[in-house]
Design a protein around this ligand. Structure first.
Ligand SMILES: O=c1ccn([C@@H]2O[C@H](COP(=O)(O)OP(=O)(O)O[C@H]3O[C@H](CO)[C@@H](O)[C@H](O)[C@H]3O)[C@@H](O)[C@H]2O)c(=O)[nH]1
Length: 480
C-alpha cells in the first residue's frame, strides 16, 4: 500500500527570542506529536545571536537561518522596534522565496507571526494556506484584530491624547490604546499595516489556552461579535513553551546546583526576558529592595540602559568581557548578599530555574513566554512590565487570572522604590501573608489547568489536532 506523503508546513518567525522560541517549539510539537514535516525560517542580521543554541535535533524539523540582511540604510534614525523587525523580515523574503521555489516538496501551509505579514504574498504565489501564530495573549490579539476599526486620528495632538484612551473591544476588557500600539511612534502605522492583512488568513494559532482567557475566547468565537472584530478562526494551542534553552553547561550546572541547596519555594527568580534592561537608578533600587526583603534570589542582570562602560573596557584590546555587575551595583551589594543571592549576567536557563522546587516566585517583565513558563511551573509572579504587550499581560495576571501580586508601579518613567519592591516580594514570598497564599494556590490550579489543556484530549491539544487534520486533507488533495 502506498504511504501518504507527510504534510509540509513552513513557519516563518520574526527575529527575536520571544518569537523564535515558541515558533521552534510549535514546530517540534507538529513534528513529534502530529507527524508533520516542518521547516522553520528565521530571518537574521549580522548581529543576530547564533540560533544553534536552539536545540534542533529532531528528524522532520528543518531550521533554516535565512542569509543575514543589512537594514541600516533602510531604517536610519528609526527607533521603533516593530518597524526594524518588519524591515528585517521584508528584506529576507527574497531568500525565503527562492528556498521555497527550489524545495523538493513545496510546503502547503505557511504560518507567519505578527510581524511577517509581508510573506503572505509568497504564500499566495505558491498556493499555500495562510495561518498566523500569535505569540502573545488572546486579548492582545483581539485588540490588534480590532485596530483597523478604531477611528483614525487627524493630527499629532490627537495621537498623544489617544495614548490613554480606552478601547472597548467587543467581549473584552477595555484596553488603553498606548499599551499595545503607541500612536506616537512609527510602530502604529506599521502595526496597522500588519493587522489589516489578518483578513487574508485562514486561521490564527494562539499561544494560550481556553481556560486562561475564557471571556475573550468566547468573544472571538461568538458569531455576533465576529461581525465587529474582523478575525479569522482562532485556535488556542498553548502553552507552547521550550523545555530548555542554550545556557552554557557550566552555568546551568552552577545555578541549578545552587538551587538544589536552597529550601523548597524559598527563592525569588528575577528576570526581564530576552532583552529587557532597567535604568541605573532602578537597578540600584531593585538591589536594595532585594536586600531589604531578606529573601533568597537569583537575578539575571543586564547592563543598565543608561550605563556607560568603564573606560578600561575600551582600552582592553580584544575585550570579551560583556558585563560585570559590580560595575553598577551598589557598593558591597554582592558581598552582603552572597549567602542568599545569585547574580547571573545576561542569560539564565530560565525554564530549568522555574521548574526547580526551590523557586517560590518570579519577578518578571511579563513577556508572554515567561508568563506561560511561570504558569506551567505553578510559580506565582510579581509583574514588572517594561514595554510591548507586557503591561497588558501584567494587568491580566493581577486582575483577571489572579496569579500575580497587584503592584503599585508608578506610571511613566518613574522609578519603583526599594520599600515598594520589598513589600511586593514579602507579600508573595512570606508564608503567613494571606494574599501570598492565595497567589500560590492559584498558581497551582493554573498549572493543573495548563497541563490539562496540552495533554491528549485537552482543549489545546484538540485545537492543534483539528488544524493538522485540515492541513493533511488539503495537502492530500494537492498531491492527488
Ligand atoms: O535569561 C533568559 C532570558 C530569557 N529566556 C527565555 O527567553 C524567552 C523570553 O520570552 P518572553 O518572556 O516572551 O520575553 P521577550 O523576549 O521580551 O519577548 C517578546 O515577545 C513576547 C512574545 O510575543 C512578548 O510577550 C514580549 O513582550 C516581547 O518583549 C523565554 O522563553 C525565556 O525562557 C531564557 O531562557 N533565559
Amino acid at each position: 500500500m502506498e504511504t501518504r506523503k507527510q504534510t509540509h508546513v513552513a513557519i516563518l518567525t520574526s527575529p527575536g527570542m520571544g518569537h523564535i522560541i515558541p515558533s521552534l517549539e510549535l514546530g517540534k510539537s507538529l513534528v513529534s506529536q502530529h507527524d508533520l514535516k516542518v521547516t522553520l525560517f528565521i530571518p537574521t542580521t549580522s548581529k543576530s545571536p547564533q540560533s544553534s543554541t536552539l536545540h534542533n535535533n529532531q528528524d522532520g524539523l528543518n531550521v533554516i537561518n535565512l542569509p543575514p540582511v543589512d537594514i541600516t540604510h533602510l531604517v536610519a534614525g528609526e527607533t521603533s522596534l516593530v518597524v526594524r523587525i518588519t524591515t528585517i523580515v521584508r528584506e529576507s523574503l527574497a531568500s525565503l522565496r527562492s528556498i521555497i521555489e527550489t524545495s523538493q516538496q513545496t510546503p502547503t501551509v505557511l504560518i507567519i507571526d505578527l510581524f511577517s505579514t509581508d510573506a503572505l504574498d509568497i504564500a499566495d504565489e505558491f498556493k499555500m494556506s495562510k495561518y498566523m501564530f500569535s505569540t502573545s495573549n488572546m486579548s492582545a490579539y483581539a485588540f490588534l484584530a480590532y485596530l483597523p476599526k478604531i477611528k483614525r486620528v487627524k493630527n499629532n495632538n490627537d495621537l498623544v491624547s489617544r495614548l490613554t484612551e480606552l478601547v472597548h473591544v467587543p467581549g473584552c476588557k477595555p484596553i488603553r490604546v498606548g499599551l499595545l500600539a503607541d500612536p506616537n511612534t512609527g510602530s502604529y502605522g506599521c502595526m496597522l499595516r500588519h493587522v489589516t492583512r489578518f483578513k487574508e488568513l485562514s486561521g490564527v494559532l494562539l499561544n494560550t489556552f481556553e481556560d486562561l482567557e475564557q471571556e475573550t475566547y468566547r468573544a472571538l468565537i461568538d458569531d455576533e461579535i465576529a461581525e465587529l472584530i474582523p478575525t479569522p478562526s482562532v485556535y488556542p494551542v498553548g502553552p507552547i513553551i521550550k523545555p530548555t534553552v542554550g545556557p552554557s553547561k557550566n552555568q546551568a550546572i552552577h545555578c541549578l546546583s545552587w538551587l538544589d541547596n536552597q529550601p523548597n519555594g524559598s527563592v525569588l527568580f528575577v528576570s526581564f526576558g530576552s532583552g529587557g534592561s532597567l535604568s541605573s537608578e532602578q537597578v540600584t533600587e531593585l538591589a536594595f529592595g532585594l536586600e531589604l526583603s531578606q529573601q533568597r534570589f537569583i537575578w539575571v542582570v543586564r547592563n543598565p540602559i543608561d550605563f556607560v562602560l568603564p573606560s578600561s573596557y575600551y582600552l582592553d584590546a580584544g575585550n570579551t568581557k560583556e558585563i560585570d555587575p559590580s560595575d553598577f551595583f551598589p557598593d558591597g551589594f554582592l558581598a552582603r548578599t552572597q549567602q542568599v543571592g545569585l547574580v547571573l549576567p545576561n542569560w539564565a536557563p530560565q525554564v530549568e530555574i522555574l521548574s526547580h522546587a526551590s523557586v517560590g516566585c518570579f519577578l518578571s517583565h511579563c513577556g508572554w513566554n515567561s508568563t506561560l513558563e511561570s504558569i506551567l511551573n505553578g510559580v506565582p509572579m510579581i509583574p514588572w512590565p517594561l514595554f510591548a504587550d507586557q503591561h497588558l499581560n501584567a494587568t491580566l495576571l493581577s486582575d483577571d487570572i489572579k496569579v500575580a501580586a497587584r503592584t503599585q508601579i508608578p506610571p511613566g518613567k518613574e522609578v519603583i522604590r526599594r520599600e515598594e519592591i520589598k513589600r511586593m516580594i514579602r507579600l508573595v514570598m512570606e508564608e503567613g501573608d494571606e494574599e501570598g497564599q492565595n497567589l500560590r494556590r492559584r498558581a497551582k490550579e493554573l498549572k493543573t489547568s495548563a497541563l490539562r489543556a496540552i495533554s491528549i484530549g485537552g482543549s489545546s491539544y484538540n485545537s492543534l489536532c483539528q488544524l493538522v487534520e485540515k492541513w493533511n486533507t488539503e495537502s492530500d488533495s494537492v498531491q492527488l
